[in-house]
Design a protein around this ligand. Structure first.
Ligand code: IPE
Ligand code: IPE
Ligand code: MG
Length: 238
């Protein structure tokens, strides 16, 4: 197997279990989100040191608006706290911040903070740290189809396109597809995350809640990935 198929370039994580982790300690769910946000820094550094080029983290889904107003409001305030603490360090480390999701529907101040992080780090060439916020994969695919249809109507592109051409309409345009998808806290589902991009990803479901997901657990997941036999529909090389 070539190094290229073994390389773990793009890791995506469904950061689940903040609320249950906090509850188990007698704390409000929001306390779990705060510790969870700090863990984003820890895991970003670990991922970068392990050679990961793209780390794409699920922070808030298009379905998470169903939660209590208090919880949603708290989560929407977290980017300001998070980037206030860590943006300087991320810039120094050369990380490039990216966002996927419908940012236009976020509170104005939240969107401003996120846009600012992207803008400040846009020329960096280190880890691509993407945050999925108000992200839903089904929504992403519908929006991609709408934009493609418009381009066809405007005569910019033909009706007969390749998978790679279609990918340019996704929010992850110009990122490689996901090599390894990790979900924390023991749930065995995808919850509308990167459905197209994980077509051939290897999957890891770990019991730890996101606040207790350590660099050691990440390393173990990446080691497991290295021992997998990725065939992409082909036949195993003897
Ligand atoms: C993940 O943790 C963070 C978000 C979805 C915003 P949860 O908030 O889903 O925590 P649990 O799964 O309820 O424990
Ligand atoms: C998925 O977690 C979304 C994020 C981690 C942001 P959820 O907690 O929302 O997923 P379900 O509801 O358990 O499927
Ligand atoms: Mg959850």
């Amino acid at each position: 197997m070539s190094n290229e198929t073994k390389a773990c370039r793009h890791v995506a994580i469904i950061m689940d279990g903040n609320g249950r982790w906090a509850k188990a300690q007698g704390k409000p769910r929001t306390a779990g989100h705060l510790v969870g946000a700090d863990n984003v820094r820890t895991i970003a550094i670990a991922a970068s040191e392990l050679g990961v080029e793209y780390l794409t983290l699920y922070a808030f889904s298009t379905e998470n608006w169903k939660r209590s107003e208090d919880e949603v409001n708290y989560i929407m305030k977290l980017p300001k706290i998070f980037f206030g603490k860590y943006m300087k360090e991320f810039i120094e480390r050369g990380y490039r911040m990216r966002m996927i999701g419908e940012l236009d529907r976020l509170p104005k101040e939240t969107k401003r903070v996120l846009d600012d992080a992207v803008e400040q780090s846009k020329n960096n060439t280190g880890l691509n740290l993407s945050i999925a916020i108000n992200y839903g994969s089904q929504r992403e695919l519908v929006l991609a189809a709408e934009r493609y249809a418009k381009d066809v109507k405007d005569g910019k592109i033909g009706l007969d396109i390749s998978n790679e051409e279609f990918e340019q309409y996704l929010m992850t345009a110009d990122m490689p597809n996901v090599d390894l998808l990790i979900r924390t806290s023991g749930e065995l589902r995808i919850s509308n995350y990167l459905l197209w991009q994980i077509a051939y990803a290897e999957l890891e479901f770990v019991p730890e809640a996101w606040p207790e997901f350590t660099p050691e657990v990440l390393e173990r997941c990446i080691r497991n990935f290295g021992n997998r036999d990725r065939r992409f529909g082909g036949v195993k090389n003897e």
